[in-house]
Design a protein around this ligand. Structure first.
Ligand code: FAD
Length: 447
């Protein structure tokens, strides 16, 4: 029986442990903090639970005169309680599931002794275990560039934002990526005066600029101030908060500063050099089967830096475990949906127009605007569009970008189309129900 050691119990480690036990391995899963990792405890699940509170409020406000009754507000304390209860419940379920599958869960910190042994430091003492293969899934930690690096205690990271006891009056969010945009939109809806600063010339750098413009417009209409091509140069503590200076524009006063400028892989203290695992640019280097430079050690999830998303970590874990059992099923980063739970929602999968064009493809963009969707208009969500990219030569679907209602669900239509190597005519043959948001896909392809 293969002995598999999994280090870290976030979505990557969880998926690796489950897959390896399903394949008949003797699995040890070591976690130094909480089962579920960042995703369950401080990332995807808590943020989406809080965002749902903001989204409900937004939906009621958007309904306008259709709904009657006094002004509504969100009880932040109750929302945080709901989040904590939900996380606790899911963590208990995960613990039971792992135990049912026969996975040995060890609470402690692991480090490699060499390519086939690891030291587990637990509250009950140290244990050295041998393994035939190991899956490293130690995740990532937030980055604090200057001027925040020297004054970590003065600013919030995403964990701190989740633990806030009240909604801040004036909030500065630094970083217009996914995490920054989600928190900025949430706190603005809950009543904070939010300023969002982003170094690049668009929100969500890397996503389609047209998509980012729709999100920015929606933010600004809700009173959120967006400052692009701007960095924080310095800040002072004052009696009631902070005065912040920027690379351009006037200084401004805030109660709290939330820094969401990115994360870096956790590679320190793991004994990687002793095990022969190479680190490249701060990330554990892997091939498309998630194998590191050590022949018995795989690395999945945030630690390899391929994609900082939970479902990517899980997909990579399955690739890694299949590979260590001899089945080569290479991981495809371009098949990973990218979702943002703002309102309007943002999602994309596959290639962007610019990268496809750079490959020499003659790209055709098919767009459908949700203001043409009776279903979207009925739910006051006519903002945004969906865009399908195809190869003009043969109609092959290359990717899709969406900004609008339920974009994070609709994107899976395109994930399926990509998985099935479908062409625009294949999708156009599908009958979509009316009225739905999804019928916009067919409409887009008719153009
Ligand atoms: P992690 O979830 O970080 O787990 C790594 C685990 O390893 C941790 O529990 C850590 O304690 C443990 N560990 C580290 N070192 C050791 C050691 N030496 N020994 C034992 N254990 C160790 N992604 C999405 O897909 N959708 C979202 O909506 C989403 N929302 C997010 C919101 C926020 C605010 C943040 C910060 C992130 C969000 N993410 C989201 C990203 C997602 O949480 C991560 O991509 C995902 O958790 C990565 O999984 P992982 O298994 O690689 O690592």
């Amino acid at each position: 029986m293969k002995r598999v050691l999994v280090i870290g119990a976030g979505p990557g480690g969880e998926a690796a442990a489950k897959r390896a036990s399903a394949r008949g391995a003797a699995v040890t899963l070591v976690e130094k903090n909480r089962l579920g990792g960042l995703c369950l405890n401080w990332g995807c699940v808590p943020t989406k639970t809080l965002l749902e509170g903001g989204r409900l409020l937004h939906a009621v406000r958007a309904a306008g005169p259709v709904l009657t009754g006094g002004p509504l507000s969100v009880d932040w304390e109750a929302l945080r309680r709901k989040k904590d209860e939900l996380i606790d419940g899911l963590r208990r379920a995960l613990e039971q599931d792992l135990s049912r599958r026969g996975v040995r869960v060890v609470t402690g910190a692991a480090e490699f002794v060499d390519g086939h042994r690891a030291l587990l430091r637990t509250a009950r003492g140290d244990e050295t275990i041998e393994f035939d293969a190991a899956v490293l899934a130690t995740g990532s930690a937030p980055v604090f560039p200057p001027p925040f690096d020297a004054r970590r205690g003065d600013v919030l990271d995403s964990d701190g934002a989740l633990a806030l006891e009240r909604v801040p009056g004036r909030l500065l969010v630094v970083g217009g990526g996914a995490v920054g945009c989600e928190f900025a939109g949430l706190f603005a809806e809950l009543g904070a005066a939010v300023t969002l600063v982003e170094m690049k010339d668009q929100l969500l750098p890397g996503e389609d600029p047209a998509v980012a413009r729709v999100l920015q417009g929606a933010f600004e209409r809700r009173g959120l101030a967006v400052r692009l091509e701007t960095v924080v140069t310095d800040f002072d503590k004052t009696a009631d908060g902070f005065t912040v200076r920027f690379s351009r524009g006037d200084p401004a006063a805030f109660d709290r500063i939330l820094v969401c400028v990115g994360r870096r892989p956790v590679t320190a203290g793991l004994g990687l050099e002793r095990a022969g695992v190479a680190v490249d640019g701060g990330r554990v280097a892997v091939n498309d089967l998630m194998l590191t430079s050590a022949p018995s050690i795989y690395a999945v999830g945030d630690v390899n830096g391929l994609s900082l998303l939970a479902h990517a970590a899980a997909a990579q874990a399955e690739t890694a475990v299949d590979a260590l059992f001899g089945a080569a099923r290479p991981y495809r980063n371009d098949r990973v949906p990218r979702c943002l739970y703002t309102w309007p929602e943002v999602a994309s999968v596959g290639e962007w127009a610019a990268t496809a064009r750079a490959r020499g493809v003659d790209v055709k963009a098919h767009r459908f605007f949700f203001k043409g969707s009776p279903k979207a208009l009925a739910s006051n969500e006519g903002d945004g569009f969906l865009q399908v990219l195809s190869d003009r030569a043969d109609g092959k679907i290359l990717g899709a970008q969406l900004v609008g209602p339920h974009a994070t669900e609709l994107v899976h239509l395109f994930a399926l189309a990509l998985a099935g190597d479908m062409r625009t005519e294949d999708v156009h043959r599908v009958i979509f129900a009316h009225p739905t948001l999804a019928e916009g896909v067919r409409e887009a392809l008719a153009r």
